[in-house]
Design a protein around this ligand. Structure first.
Ligand code: PLP
Length: 429
């Protein structure tokens, strides 16, 4: 987390910027994203994964935080981009992201999205189900193309995370369940098609994980699958995509592992597992999203009111909430915050930070100790770089916040704040 230690009486600083000053300059709610922190994570990714394992590749899961600027930064750093919809793909193309480094995911890809991906020539389409396989083959053949694909498999492992972000269980809307008949229907079928070229397999076991055991179990499952299909069809997978899911620190209760604590054992398991099974070493890909951007972002709010219900609790209402950060309402996600005007003041009271929407569940933080927030104070909520801007809505017609990128004391608007006019712009007279 990029926090500059503040001298007594100073405001909270983030990547060298006084965030109270940022709030005054750009208004609130405001997403503030540190370019320094993102680039530091990319450096770690290169040192601890890409440089250690020549031939491996990393793809940024852009659902976590996608802007044109972020696409350009990722392109410049030489990583790939995971997109999951026509909209994310459109933005990648608009940012001139090299299409051969794009992976298209998703369990409900439409025909139009598949056509767009084939037309643009994305590097890999990660096929989730049989209907998609048939549609894709038809589209690609119709255009005289052969599209490289992976199959997303459901490895049948349960990851230790919130049910809504656990994706590798057998009962999952994502991916192909592994039983022999299904294998035949997919692998056998794909190998007979003209429009697709099967390259290998993909799994993603879940998100915000602090333990590597489900990744490791899934590696064993997918290697067994690779061995079976090699024996059954003579097909050697060249690509193995191990997904993302590497956890970050939201609160003091989180103690995330370093990336290498996941990737070193995973790579060892792949190397050893391939050797044991007589498989050639595939090109391994990982897809971090949250890990790359989560801690690089904070959200600034202005306190609108403080309401004490004697003997019950004190609500601190802010000028945003579930539209700019739906995660607490969606998953019970927990956050920490600081009163940015006096970051070093001792906490004097325990409060609940409430959003401004007409939902009782629009609570950003329950029971946090803070130095008596007052109307007009700026509250900085940490670790909002992932799945906040990208999940934002306009519920209650709240305009979505601007994104300001900061870097060593400088700031610039990357995404402007929505206006009221934007909110009605799509409506016909
Ligand atoms: C296929 C796939 N890859 C990668 C990710 C990124 O996950 P995370 O942000 O936890 O790294 C996701 C998240 O939903 C995903 O579905």
């Amino acid at each position: 987390m990029i926090e500059t230690k503040t001298a007594a009486g100073r405001h909270f600083h983030f990547d060298g910027c006084d965030v109270v000053g940022l709030a005054r300059k750009h208004g609130t709610p405001l997403y503030v994203v540190s370019e320094t922190a993102i680039r530091a994570r990319i450096r770690e990714l290169k040192a601890d994964f890409l440089d250690k394992h020549p031939g491996a590749f990393a793809v940024y899961a852009s659902k976590a935080f996608q802007t044109l600027e972020m696409c350009r930064l990722v392109a410049e750093e030489g990583l790939g981009l995971d997109v999951v919809s026509g909209g994310e793909l459109y933005a990648a193309a608009k940012a001139a992201f090299p299409m051969e480094r794009v992976f298209l995911h998703g369990n409900g890809k439409t025909r139009a999205e598949l056509e767009m991906a084939v037309e643009l020539g994305v590097g890999r389409i990660v096929v989730d189900n049989l209907d998609e396989l048939e549609t894709l083959d038809e589209i690609a053949e119709g255009k005289g193309k052969r599209v490289p694909i992976l199959f997303r498999i459901t490895p049948g492992v349960d990851s230790h995370t919130h049910e809504y972000v656990s994706t590798g269980k057998l009962d999952s809307k994502f991916g192909i369940p592994l039983d022999p008949s299904v294998r035949q229907a997919y692998v056998g079928r794909a190998l007979s098609m003209k429009g697709v070229e099967l390259k290998g397999f993909h799994f993603h076991v879940g998100s915000q994980l602090h333990e590597n055991d489900s990744h490791l179990k899934a590696v064993r499952v997918v290697l067994d699958l690779m061995k079976e299909v090699k024996e059954a069809y003579g097909f050697s997978a060249t690509d193995l995509n191990l997904g993302g899911g590497f956890g970050v620190r939201y609160t003091k209760a989180d103690s995330p592992k370093g990336l290498a604590d996941f990737t070193d054992p995973m790579m060892a398991a792949v190397t050893e597992g391939c050797r044991e099974r007589g498989l050639e070493m595939p090109r391994v890909v990982i897809e971090p999203g949250r890990w790359l951007v989560g801690e690089a972002g904070i959200t600034l709010y202005t306190v609108s009111s403080v309401k004490e219900i004697p003997g019950i609790k004190t609500y601190v209402a802010v000028d945003g909430g579930m539209p700019d950060n739906p995660r607490p309402a969606l998953y019970g996600a927990k956050y920490e915050a600081v009163v940015a005007d006096r970051p070093d003041a001792q906490p004097t009271t325990v409060v609940t930070v409430a959003g401004k929407c007409c939902e009782t569940g629009d609570i950003l933080i329950r029971d946090i100790a803070l130095p008596a927030p007052a109307r007009g104070d700026i509250l900085a909520v940490f670790t909002t770089g992932a799945y906040c801007h990208s999940m934002a809505s306009n519920y209650n017609r709240l305009p979505r916040p601007a994104v300001v990128m900061v870097r060593e004391g400088t700031d610039r608007v990357s995404v402007r704040r929505e206006t009221y006019e934007d909110l009605v712009a799509r409506e016909l007279p």
